[in-house]
Design a protein around this ligand. Structure first.
Ligand code: ARG
Ligand code: ZN
Length: 881
């Protein structure tokens, strides 16, 4: 295991390498426990570099077994080597030279799943961020780009498929029993985009003709027998390729594009050049085993990895501080793609729900960091929702500030100017400045200042002058390492909604810049005055969530209901309903804690039921409207001294009140919202199922019986409905015989399909209440739970810690103690996975004192444990600081 080295990397220390890498030639002789890697690297000394400077290469747990310089053995006096570093001295001052390095590695023993490892008999690699150095000594950093030739030699019978990046050169029998294959990737790439996959896999094939007429072979590799479940992924891939041509003018650049689905993977997927490797969860789907959400995820992630071909691969990052350059931008691109494929407002609602539930807590807690950080200890811990999702929001704001056409000009300039580069965030922003002539200096603070800005708004209307005045104040909270902040440039989309629902068009605005429907808040305090407004308007602010901020605006329930009814921006209508619900839910939590009766404002109930029944609205939107803020959302709004049991009790009481009042409508929706015909995963049918299922969920409260959910479970013909019915049975009636028998029949029916069994684990891990812990413990004893498989670990332990507020935050602290033990056990094998799951405790300081004490004690146990990985040490120390 790799234990902590404790070094902090600073952006300010960046400097280019002394040597330029010209070419890479790799030969792998595969063996499960002793794979031979020969790397031939051609370098030349960069101009102006000290002619005596040595070549320093990175390694990680490596043993050197051969070192040649221009084919001659290098005397031991000429180099130093440790498992982490190889330093070679006395190299040519000017002419290029060739270094040949031989290492032997053990893929079978690689439980970190970084570098070359084995999964279900398949050899597979994951090199981002610093996995390549576990394969050979190398300048393992993203600003070192070279074309790669890769030769793979391996057992013929076990490895009929042998893949690497780029175009296939050839392959055949090598000697008795062994085969070889050779690949050449002409596009210079950094080592983190290297990939190798071999094994006995099935393949689904198709083709795509690019806009300039090149035919690209498309191949998706899966385990034998699973080919039919890759059809949707293939369809999503072709749509992604087409969309990127149409929307961003980006064409694919090799004659083959391959995707491999593997069952052991630390993350969602990886954009290796021409050879994407995926967690099989994000490839495999059919109606019987995948939910609508699974289909939507597959579509988004296939698109995301494909889009990286330009934003990430053709233009990569200069260093890992620039991670958001590829990730934030690519998330923005996949969001836009999904919005075009599905319903734009419904997609936006889902994005904002996710942003608020994952990124806002990160930005408000001990792990807060800027979108473009300036230091890190373990780069794997910076693949965060801040870099990804807030990074996407920042890109989205550039589009909002500049408008669609200027944004496109800026993107075109970026692709033109930086193709082939390892670029920086500054390079990216400069393209938009140059394309638009707009100064983005203040705007760039979004990359550099952590914390979610808080905007406080107040407004007044003066009938006699026909003016509407809006006062805004912004505050960016202090975050670790950043105690004072400068005012940000915050683009706020707005509308003034009149009594009859139409939008007012002001004659003039003073107090700051306004472009189209966007107010530019740039000062700490700013007052905008709109003139020519004939009657009191209702202000809808931050429409479409144009800026990722917290907004405090004391709007009356009547005004919110007016927005919910009339705004032309559907997102804003949803937001208004949420704003209407939130104070109710917060008060409910307080009342529940104080042992008082919980009440629900009839105006909230009326607004929700009105939206639910409004047939002019798409069902998916109506389902979102009925889905109240989560317990975690309420905890975030309350901010401190949180008691998860009280929040749960309060929210449950509010739901019950809505369920009672709306029972008739819910029965109607449940009976009518059934998509016609056989299951199809399209957004419209998915929307109907979502609306029907949320109605069913309310009915379990008003009817107080598992009967209807049990009947839905028995009669469903797709995984979306089945999983939802099972969830309701298990969560609402955990001790009923209906729940027990549904869980048992689900297990029998899907035994042998681990991705479905993951749902079975997750549903049980999230049953509310203190008993969840003993349930999770006994599920860990189930033979289907494989403690080395990241999907199993996430679906049981991860889901329990992240998504079961009452079960995990037991008042006696047992949930935290359990997690601490698990983190240490996981860390010994897979530090990245352990560190990720540990972030579930990032909001521990906002718990009530007794729970917070237990949480601190559990974190301290982790901190004091011997042999912690850098990954876990970095997280736990930041959380305790
Ligand atoms: N670049 C991948 C993606 O977002 C994620 C890889 C993350 N890998 C890691 N070791 N943290 O598409
Ligand atoms: Zn990505």
């Amino acid at each position: 295991m790799r234990t902590d080295t404790g070094q902090i990397v600073h952006l300010a220390d960046y400097r280019p390498t002394d040597f330029v890498l010209e070419r890479v030639d790799l030969t792998f002789e595969l063996d499960p426990t002793n794979t031979k890697v020969e790397a031939r690297l051609i370098f030349h000394r960069r101009e102006g570099v000290d002619p005596t400077a040595p070549l320093v290469l990175d390694g990680d747990e490596l043993t050197l077994s051969g070192l040649l310089l221009d084919q001659n053995e290098v005397p031991t006096s000429q180099y130093d080597v440790t498992p982490e570093q190889l330093t070679v001295r006395d190299l040519p001052a000017e002419s290029p030279f060739e270094i040949t390095i031989t290492t032997y590695i053990n893929p079978e023993a690689n439980t970190q799943l970084m570098g070359l490892y084995r999964t279900n008999g398949i050899y597979c690699t994951q090199c981002e961020a610093e996995g390549f150095r576990r394969i050979t000594y190398f300048p393992d950093r993203p600003d070192v780009l070279a074309p790669y030739t890769v030769t793979i030699i391996g057992d013929k019978a076990a490895n009929p498929v042998m893949l690497s990046n780029g175009n296939f050169l050839g392959g055949a029998g090598y000697d008795e029993g062994r085969a070889f294959a050779a690949w050449f990737d002409p596009h210079p790439k950094p080592s983190y985009l290297f990939a190798l996959v071999t094994g006995d896999l099935g393949v689904v094939e198709d083709t795509f003709t690019t806009m300039s007429g090149n035919e690209v072979a498309l191949k998706i590799y899966v385990e034998h027998g699973k080919e039919p479940r890759a059809a949707y992924a293939m369809d999503a891939l072709k749509r992604s390729m087409k969309w990127d041509e149409e929307r961003f003018g980006r064409e694919y650049d090799l004659n083959i594009f391959q995707i491999v689905a593997v069952s052991d993977f630390n993350m969602g997927a990886m954009e290796n050049k021409g050879l994407n490797v995926f967690n099989d969860k994000y490839v495999l789907a059919d109606p019987e085993t995948a939910t609508d959400q699974d289909y939507a995820n597959i579509e988004a992630i296939i698109a995301h990895e494909y889009f990286h071909n330009w934003t990430g691969n053709r233009i990569t990052c200069r260093d890992w501080f620039q991670l958001c350059l590829k990730e934030g931008l690519t998330v923005y691109r996949d969001h836009e793609f999904s919005a075009d494929m599905r319903s734009r407002p419904v997609k936006r609602i889902a994005e904002v729900r996710h942003l608020k539930s994952e990124q806002f807590p990160e930005d408000a807690g001990p792990l807060a960091h800027p979108v473009r950080p300036t230091k890190y200890r373990e780069i794997n811990n910076f693949y965060t929702t801040t870099v990804y999702e807030k990074g996407s929001e920042v890109t989205r704001m550039i589009a909002t500030l500049l408008g669609r056409d200027m944004f496109k000009k800026g993107m075109d300039l970026y692709f033109e100017r930086h193709d082939g580069d390892a670029a920086t965030v500054e390079d990216f922003v400069k393209c938009f400045e140059d394309a638009s002539g707009r100064d983005l200096t203040q705007f760039s603070l979004w990359y550099h200042q952590a914390g979610t800005p808080l905007v406080t708004a107040s407004s007044s209307y003066d009938q006699s002058s026909g003016t509407f005045t809006l006062s805004l104040e912004q505050m960016v909270p202090a975050t670790p390492g950043q105690s004072t902040k400068d005012p940000m440039h915050i683009p706020l989309s707005f509308a003034l909604i009149l009594d009859n629902g139409s939008l007012a068009t002001p004659e003039g605005v003073t107090g700051g810049e306004v472009t189209e429907d966007v107010l530019h808040l740039t000062e700490r305090r700013q007052t905008f005055t709109f003139s020519g407004i004939s009657s009191r308007p209702v202000l809808s602010l931050n429409r479409s969530f144009s800026a990722p901020i917290n907004l405090h605006f004391d709007q009356t329930p009547a005004d919110l209901a007016h927005i919910a009814r009339h705004d032309t921006d559907l997102f804003a209508r949803w937001q208004a309903l949420t704003d209407l619900a939130m104070p109710n839910l917060m008060q409910a939590a307080r009342d529940a804690r104080d042992g008082k009766d919980v009440t629900c404002d009839p105006a909230l109930i009326a607004a929700l039921l009105e939206a639910a029944a409004d047939e002019t609205l798409e069902p998916a939107f109506r389902a979102q409207a009925l889905t109240l803020p989560s317990e975690a959302d309420i905890a975030r709004e309350l901010g401190s001294n949180n008691d998860p049991d009280a929040i749960h009790a309060g929210r449950t009481a509010v739901i019950s009140a809505i369920a009672e009042a709306g029972e008739k409508s819910f029965v109607h929706l449940f009976e009518t919202m059934k998509p016609e015909g056989a299951y199809a995963p399209d957004a419209e049918s998915a929307g109907k199922r979502a609306l029907r299922n949320i109605a069913l969920s309310y009915l379990t409260y008003s009817e107080g019986s598992p009967a209807r959910a049990a009947e839905a479970f028995a009669s469903s013909d797709n995984m979306t409905d089945l999983a939802q019915a099972l969830t309701l049975l298990a969560h609402r009636f955990p001790s009923s015989s209906e729940a027990t028998s549904a869980l048992a029949s689900f297990l029998t029916r899907f035994d042998g399909n681990p991705l479905v069994i993951d749902k079975w684990f997750s549903i049980q891990a999230t049953i509310p209440g203190a008993d969840a812990l003993s349930r999770v413990k006994s599920l860990m004893e189930n033979p289907r739970f494989i403690s080395t498989n990241p999907n199993r670990v996430r679906s049981l332990i991860g889901t329990y810690a992240f998504s079961n507020p009452t079960g995990f935050n037991r008042a006696d602290g047992e949930g935290y103690r359990f997690l601490a033990e698990q983190i240490l056990a996981i860390d010994a094998k897979n530090p990245q996975l352990a560190a990720r799951i540990l972030t579930s405790m990032r909001s521990w300081r906002s718990l009530e004192p007794q729970r917070a004490d237990h949480a601190r004690a559990a974190l301290t146990t982790i901190e004091r444990a011997a042999n912690l990985s850098t990954d876990v040490r970095d997280i736990v120390e930041r959380m305790l600081k």
